[in-house]
Design a protein around this ligand. Sequence first.
Ligand code: DI6
Ligand code: FE
Length: 405
Amino acid sequence: MNADALWVNAKLATFDPTVNAPYGLRDGWAIATRGDTIAAILPPDAPELHSFQGPVTDCGGKWITPGFIDCHTHLVWAGSRAPEWELRLAGATYAEIAKRGGGILSTMRALRAASEDELVAVALPRLRALAAEGVTCVEIKSGYGLTTADEPKTLRAAKRVAAEVGVEVSPTLLAAHVVPPEFAGRADDYVSLVCEEMIPAAAEEKLAEAVDVFCESIAFSPAQCERVFRSAKAHGLAIKGHVEQLTNLHGAELVARHGGWSVDHLEYLDDAGVAALAKAGTVAVLLPGAFYFLREKQRPPTESLRAAGVPMAVATDLNDGTSPFASLRLAMNMACVFYGLTPEEALAGVTRNAAKALGRGHRLGTLEVGKQADFLLWDVMHPSQIVFQVGINLLTGRVIRGVQK
Ligand code: DI6
Ligand code: FE
């Protein structure tokens, strides 16, 4: 067998859709790696296991899952919105605070004042916390700079933070997050700046893989978002959208029509939106941390999404305004308790479906021969325990690109 290393005697939660068992379980099987790739997945009685000469890790019957992917974060921010939370607890709403120039704009002011080095320093502990729970790939958005200098600054900081922590990153340009004060009353002019300068520059410098928008009554209209998508596609970038979070502007249908990677939030998604996602194969990204923290009442139509076969992912939405929780396990727990996902769906939502949401379904997200050897060793009796409990470290090992960390 042509392999470098072997992990034997494990319960493999493969999430391989062709394995017909809950969690894609291969009970007692082994993983062989070659370089950064899964070279073989072998049953306990495979003769290759006895003749192998290289390093062997005995997993003692414990569980292995694919590496976790947090496919929606805004983890590069500056300042603190804790005082704003105090106002919200006293009765102000998120939209009211945004209208008064707080919210995203208060983070914008702090981020513009910070240097790239300062951003790296404040973001590092956030990504380290995610990685400590098993995140091996993370999406990080800009969206608090909103200028031709501060958006690239954010994306450069995002790449540096990921490199420092040793986590793969999918950087996303979210310049169309909110209309900056310089463009008050001139949203279309700001959209022109995004389309004509920020997107071309991000593509040219390879600072982003995808372009995101906030399609919402307090942010950008569907027509403005569509202009952003056309520019993104013209520059070879993928698209995605924050849609149907606070109201229904039919943003999901728009993203689906443009072949987007994902639509995110979805509390106000309707049946036409679900059908459009199913047809396009766009991933529905659920962000229950924001639903919880904003005390939203309307939850996304997860039953309809499930029935229509739309792949559902789960992410932290880690940001200082609506979801300040650096825990993908907490997000999974909330997806089960608030949104009715099963623990198996929640785990598929941070592995197989999260990989799809980042255009990496061919390379990450399941334990399958030929995929990247990113996997996690867990001290649990059953994988539901990973979702069930929060705050106790259950991770005993991490393998990233074939190397045990
Ligand atoms: N929706 C959200 O929940 C985040 N962005 C968005 O478009 C919130 C960002 C923030 O409040 O800082
Ligand atoms: Fe978000």
